[in-house]
Design a protein around this ligand. Structure first.
Ligand SMILES: *Cc1c(COP(=O)(O)O)cnc(C)c1O
Length: 466
């Protein structure tokens, strides 16, 4: 399988080079040159596979032998052996026509582990195989950072620097990142928002000389592997729910920030999985909800919310979707992205908007509605939702039609966001692994949202002996 850029100015590359390139060298995002199609008959057989077997099969469509079979199987096995549930991503029936897909059984209690455990192991594998240094640079709204650090801490040949917005992540998120004391880990707490952090790393990655000089690698969802690993659980959930209900098509409600997770659902649909609607749930930072309703993609005012991992205005994966919406036309994507840069917005035609609405519905969930949903499901269904999942569930409720079946993605464990749970007057018991964090010392540097200052910190990390 070859990969191309959404902006059309990168020559076709294979899977491993795609992983290493992260952001495409022309500033676009990498995508498969052709989406693999899974025939209906094969889909029926895939229903029997375990999570790991399913991951192997889906990855194989994209990796096509670049990693030998036994080595890929070992990477997958290793990556999901750290999960606390044997099914990796189990589904739970919470309402008659609504299942929750629990994606938080990995080491850092959020769905990011599913892709980042694999990506961490894959970087380690590539580093050994090619004898290459891997320097990871990433931005996080809270969960990616902890998860990426957990995926590579202490690993030889790899150093990692994570930018997070100062005092805009939850306490547990901060502790998960900053209590790690391995020499190959640097946490920068940036005085700004997640959008500042994401803009800075995108600018550093777009400087191709700088990126190559320092062997910079990406762990954000600009990296196609993140998307690929996340398609697996859409298939897995579909098979589990289909077995229980006999349904032929399914709707997914997805708490959304950077459009990565929901784009994985879109890709699964394009591969042949019978997904009806993808419901996009946002919080007050609702640029994507507005786009799906009005066809205007324009950042608004930033809000700090009860669901901080979704506090994002500029969704980096939106460009991948735009590429498919525009019938895979890279010059159109480039001109719209240029327009976005100069005018601060993208507007699509009525005809395209109709196409968007065929695949997506959207609901922006405000703070009170989020908390009420947590309380309601705790009281009525005895199920404690984290605030991100609660946005997904509230969006399901808005579109709920009794003839349909829905899966809401549970993107984090509620213990990560106790600030919001406490507001509902619910007392939760923390998992032991989270309890232990509170007594550990923290390691982080507080810096300005300034590219030069961050480059200086990076150079210090990359030149340190390890
Ligand atoms: C990252 C994150 C999201 C948003 O996922 P995207 O792929 O950025 O859309 C939602 N919920 C939680 C808990 C997250 O950590």
């Amino acid at each position: 399988m070859n990969f191309v850029s959404t902006r059309g100015n990168v020559s076709e590359i294979g899977f491993i080079d795609t992983v290493l390139m992260g952001l495409a060298d022309d500033g676009g995002l990498l995508i498969p040159s052709k989406i693999p199609q899974i025939p209906q008959t094969r889909l029926e057989e895939m229903a029997k596979l375990t999570y790991q077997e399913l991951a192997y099969e889906i990855f194989s469509y994209y990796i096509e032998g670049e990693i030998p079979e036994n080595e890929l199987k070992e990477l997958i096995h290793q990556s999901y052996s750290t999960f606390r549930d044997p099914e990796v991503t189990p589904v739970r029936k919470v309402k008659d026509n609504m299942y929750v897909l629990e994606l938080f059984h990995g080491p850092t209690f959020a769905f990011k582990d599913i892709a980042l455990q694999f990506l961490g192991n894959l970087y380690s594998y590539v580093s050994k195989r090619q004898n290459k240094i891997i320097h990871i640079l990433g931005a996080t709204s809270g969960d990616t950072g902890a998860s990426a650090i957990e995926g590579v801490r202490g690993k030889e040949g790899i150093r990692i620097c994570i930018l997070h917005p100062h005092q805009k992540v939850s306490k547990v998120q901060e502790l998960q990142m900053t209590t790690v004391h391995d020499k190959n880990v640097l946490n920068l707490s940036v005085k700004g928002t997640f959008d500042d952090c994401q803009r800075i790393i995108k600018e550093l990655f777009a400087d191709v000389d700088f990126k190559n000089k320092y062997h910079l690698r990406a762990i954000n969802s600009i990296n196609f592997v993140r998307i690929l690993a996340q398609t697996v659980y859409y298939f897995y959930a579909y098979f589990q729910v289909a077995k229980q209900t006999g349904i032929k098509s399914l709707n997914f409600s997805v708490p959304t920030g950077n459009f990565g997770d929901i784009f994985a659902g879109y890709l699964a649909k394009r591969m042949g999985l019978p997904i009806n609607k993808l419901i996009l749930a946002t919080n007050e930072n609702n640029i994507l909800e507005r786009f799906i309703h009005d066809g205007v993609y324009m950042p608004g005012q930033f809000h700090s919310t009860y669901s901080p991992s979704m506090d994002i205005q500029v969704a980096s994966n939106f460009e991948r979707y735009l590429y498919y919406l525009l019938d895979e036309n890279p010059s159109l994507v480039s001109s719209l992205m240029d327009q976005f840069k100069s005018e601060g917005k993208i507007v699509v035609s009525e005809e395209l908007l109709q196409k968007v609405k065929d695949d997506f519905a959207a609901h922006g969930v405000m703070g009170e509605e989020c908390l009420q949903t947590i309380s309601k499901y705790y009281d009525e269904s005895n199920y404690l939702l984290d605030p991100h999942t609660a946005c997904g569930v509230a969006a399901y409720e808005k579109y709920n039609e009794s003839s349909e079946v829905y899966v809401t993605l549970a993107t984090a464990h509620p213990a990560k966001f106790n600030e919001s749970i406490e507001r509902c007057h619910i007392e939760q018991v923390f998992p032991e692994k989270i309890n232990q964090l509170f007594n550990k010392p923290q390691y982080q540097e507080i810096v300005d949202a300034d590219n030069n200052e961050i480059v200086r910190e990076l150079e210090r990390l990359f030149s340190s002996s390890h």
